[in-house]
Design a protein around this ligand. Sequence first.
Ligand code: HEC
Ligand SMILES: [Cu+2]
Length: 320
Amino acid sequence: MGKFPLFPEQASTFAPDVDHLTYFLLAVAVFFTLLIFCSIFYLAIRYRRRSDQELPHVPHGGMALEIVWSVIPFGITMVMFTWGASVFFNESRPPDNAMPLYVVAKQWMWKIEHMEGQREINELHIPLGRAVKLTMASEDVIHSFFVPAFRVKQDVVPGKYSTIWFQPTKPGKYHLFCAEFCGTRHSGMIGWIYVMEPQDYQNWLSGGAPAGTLAESGEKLFTELACSNCHKADGTGRCPSVEGLFGKTVQLASGAKVVADEAYLRESILHPAAKIVAGYQPVMPTFQGLVTEDGVLQLIEYIKSLGPKPVVGGGGALGK
Ligand code: HEC
Ligand SMILES: [Cu+2]
């Protein structure tokens, strides 16, 4: 199907699933369109009025017919629903071992940061066969990360993190588009995804001169922005320690509890007053406007790198 321009290449584990569902929906639509079209013709001719005196016979009721044309469409729509939902759930839940990457969208480019510190603009290099999870933020307006060959598309909305994942199945070079009109140069907000053999990817990673890992950049920012003046490593002073914070459940002054995930950390930095940690005063200043989305992601990566890694998902460590 790759040669047929309607269908882009299939280059991720999602692609066959999405395509099969599309074919099914298309087949159902074509079948009923033809059925209705042909029935109109046939019935119009078969039951045409043959003389001026002829009066139509009007049937009343017809339970069997009513049941048939209710039950069959119900069955078909339920198949569409469960099939669609299973594809959707699969696309919305990244596996635990997915390789994390960060994406910042801004007018009019895609900035991508690897954990190891590599940064790319409008290009993304990934290894073949490895699940990749993108955490995406927007610096300005709504953008949408769209890779047709992978059958993934996700809006990137300012003020929150969006995530998306995929697992490439074929080495090559694939189009990346912005699929949400985002200003005059929206059409130029395009790029390439390079799926490389794992060995080539390792070579690519070790080439270039990264400016330190994401966490290291975050640590630098943590000092530059004077976070470290308040948040002391040993938890002394009037501020909670951020060591081991990621993944922990935080007790808030309001009585509620919240899990310290990426969204919570981002909010704590940009809107500290939104959720106050129990036992502390709301004295933390907002860093809105002082730190870019890239910077926030680096700070988060730094906080994540402190203290033990939380156990995620139902891995063996939690067993018994
Ligand atoms: C003036 C002192 C001060 C500075 C500077 C400061 N913070 Fe805070 N921060 C606090 C206090 C006090 C709290 C607890 C009250 C609250 O939740 O707002 C807090 C809470 C937090 C939390 C939530 C902690 C938890 O246990 O849930 C995070 C994350 C955080 N700060 C990160 C940062 C980062 C990153 C910076 C630098 C960009 C920073 N803070 C700068 C005082 C500060
Ligand atoms: Cu855009």
